[in-house]
Design a protein around this ligand. Structure first.
Ligand SMILES: *Cc1c(COP(=O)(O)O)cnc(C)c1O
Length: 399
């Protein structure tokens, strides 16, 4: 018996059974549909891409996995080198893990221990955003702010070490002024907050955050598990404002195998580098640096560069803006878009009831949540396929 995610098992609808997939298409026995959400925002090159498949198969013929404790191998070394070269500035120190949530846990642990290693034990506080989502493990739930997903936290009492602020500069300044001596980090999903409702905000907030973090000596963490690899129309938001710690996941392997990486800059790394064994980072997921995942990630990054994905994403944004121009309905609160993400926020969640089946009948797979109907398509989508996805969204309000 499979226990499905985020579902009341007693009332859930039967999931669609996938028997094959290629490009943006998912095949079921009853017919095919476009995956408009890239399997939770990860499958940026589409399904069954020959280059990714070949990279995994080739590595599997050598070996699939060895532990990273006391052992190392070429795919993980090449991926770490590639990321160090590809990511901005001195974000050079790569700690691998098996999922985004764990990658964020590692980032939070790094930030806390960075100050413990300096003897600053009072810095247990985390500054975070309202509507933040950072994963489903316990510390990431605490850093997050989502009563719809994480109401279970109430059972643990107050989150005494986490302060949430809106994405407004005055709130940011006030929080730093009041709490800076207790903070070890500010963690954000930069520019685009995903699971909290595809909320978009301005880069000026991040620039001010960088200044304040420098002024008060607090670490800045970017959780780019969702935004990384072009989703916001920037390769990484870290290209615009550089964090001290960057977390990547989801699209890291092109969505082919679960993997994540927590990348620290030199300052953070040096906070652990010493003759004192107690200053070591005590963490080590069993499957960190998995050779199949690293091989897939290397192939994914190469495709991203050689096939000019940033141009593809700019094209997706342009078509989306054209197609959605002038689209409105009294039931809609806002239509917003950024890079490869478009979201229709409705006033009442009931407005979206039945949308999934409606889209299915039109050959589109969609999974709206709460008040949010959105698309985050694979970047390889063709114009007519993208128009089909957007037409489907518009048609729902014109029934
Ligand atoms: C999906 C997501 C995570 C969690 O990643 P998992 O691989 O599901 O554990 C963390 N942060 C953000 C911003 C995400 O979108």
């Amino acid at each position: 018996m499979i226990w499905y995610p985020y579902e009341q098992m007693k009332t859930m609808r039967e999931p669609y059974e996938i028997v094959g997939a290629e490009g943006v298409w998912l095949d079921t026995k009853e017919g095919r549909m476009i995956d408009s959400i890239s399997s939770w925002w990860s499958v940026i090159h589409g399904y069954r891409h020959p280059v990714l498949t070949e990279a995994i198969v080739k590595q599997a013929r050598q070996f699939s996995h060895v532990m990273l404790g006391g052992l190392t191998h070429e795919p993980v070394k090449r991926l770490a080198d590639k990321l160090a070269e590809w990511l901005p500035g001195d974000l050079d120190y790569c700690f691998f893990s098996d999922s985004g949530s764990v990658g964020v846990e590692v980032a939070l642990k790094m930030a806390l221990q960075y100050y413990i290693n300096r003897g600053e034990l009072q810095r247990t506080g985390i500054l975070s955003l309202t509507h933040a989502y950072h994963g489903d493990t316990f510390k990431t739930m605490e850093a997050g702010d989502d009563e719809d997903y994480h109401f279970i936290l109430e059972a643990c009492g107050e989150k005494k070490d986490v302060i949430h602020i809106p994405t407004e500069i005055p709130a940011l300044e006030e929080a730093f002024a009041r709490f800076h001596t207790k903070l070890n980090c500010l963690i954000v999903e930069p520019l685009l907050q995903g699971a909290g409702g595809m909320r978009m905000y301005d880069v000026s907030f991040l620039k001010r955050a960088r200044q304040l973090c420098d002024q008060y000596d607090v670490l800045l963490i970017f959780d780019e598990v969702a935004t990384g690899f072009g989703r916001t129309g920037n390769r990484f938001v870290a290209d615009l404002v550089q964090p001290d710690i960057l977390v990547l996941g989801k699209a890291l392997t092109g969505g082919y195998i679960g993997h994540a990486v927590t990348v620290a800059n030199r300052k953070v790394y040096e906070g652990f580098y010493s003759d004192n064994p107690d200053h070591a980072l005590m963490h080590g997921p069993t499957f960190m640096g998995n050779a199949l995942a690293c091989s897939a990630a290397l192939a994914s990054i190469e495709l991203f560069e050689t096939e000019r994905y940033m141009d593809k994403i700019a094209g997706i944004e342009e078509i989306t803006r054209q197609e959605m121009a002038g689209f409105s309905d009294p039931r809609i609160r806002e239509v917003r878009m950024m890079g490869g993400c478009v979201c229709v926020e409705v006033k009442d969640a009931k407005t979206l009831e039945g949308y999934q089946q409606f889209a299915r009948a039109r050959g589109v797979f969609s999974r709206p949540f709460l008040k949010y109907l959105y698309a985050m398509v694979p970047y390889v989508i063709r114009e007519e396929e993208l128009v089909c996805v957007l037409d489907c969204m518009k048609a729902w309000f014109r029934r």
